[in-house]
Design a protein around this ligand. Sequence first.
Ligand code: G1P
Length: 293
Amino acid sequence: MKQKITKAVFPVAGLGTRFLPATKTTAKEMLPIVDKPLVQYAVEEAIAAGIDTMIFVTGRTKNAIMDHFDKAYELEKELEARNKTEILKTLRGIVPPHVSCVFIRQSEALGLGHAVHCAKPVIGDEPFAVILPDDLIEDGTRGCMAQMVELYNQKRTSILGVERVHPSETGSYGIVKIGEASGTFSPIELVVEKPKPEDAPSNLAIVGRYILTPAIFNKLETTGRGAGGEIQLTDGIAALMADEQVLAYEFEGTRYDCGSKLGFLIANVEYGLLHPELKDGFLDYLKERHFSA
Ligand code: G1P
């Protein structure tokens, strides 16, 4: 088994019902945080972690994602003619030359576990990353996935990015129970998908960042339908734990739940306040409105 993490899976086939009507004809992953679509942040995080093969598991209404990571000849020609060199450079930098993108169509929306399994023919016998673009993570430096790859290089085992959530929110996440921590990581003893608060083994939630060994694929083949009638990645991971250690990693950084309208708005405010060209004007506006930054 190759040991280096070079491939990332982006499950982007979800219907985005929480953002309708904005997502009626386009992908929720294309919604922008300030001036970049969510999915681009996810890809940039993967590139920063040394990953060079981006595997998108897509579905209906997701063609915009494919177009976004493709060359836009007419647009580039037009920008060239108008001497818009800066923005041209930005556009050309979306996919650096060493990075390739692969698109797989998930024909049936059977759940996250099914979506990840769709990437099996491209992944083969290698450990790989999974990034859910809805969970936007800002750590001010190398990125959450780079932190996880660093830990993987020491431990060579599956790792889930986790964070504490309010106990009332366990029903929205995969929840883990951990053993004794060694610094920022701990062995996982139990993992459950979306338990009710009264059944949750803790309030430590899986966020959309995973490093998985290829053994997960066999497990997903026999994982039946779980929470919400879907084939859950969490259930596949629970099965994997019978054979291999799986670690929980409490990442550095702030996560914005951009799958919810409030989280999406908050992320836009925070990224607006970080944006080199916009932050001063935006801060002035917020101060005028008597908001404090
Ligand atoms: C998925 C996973 C869940 C995880 C969450 C993180 O749920 O099934 O275990 O905690 O992502 O965002 P979803 O949000 O797709 O319902």
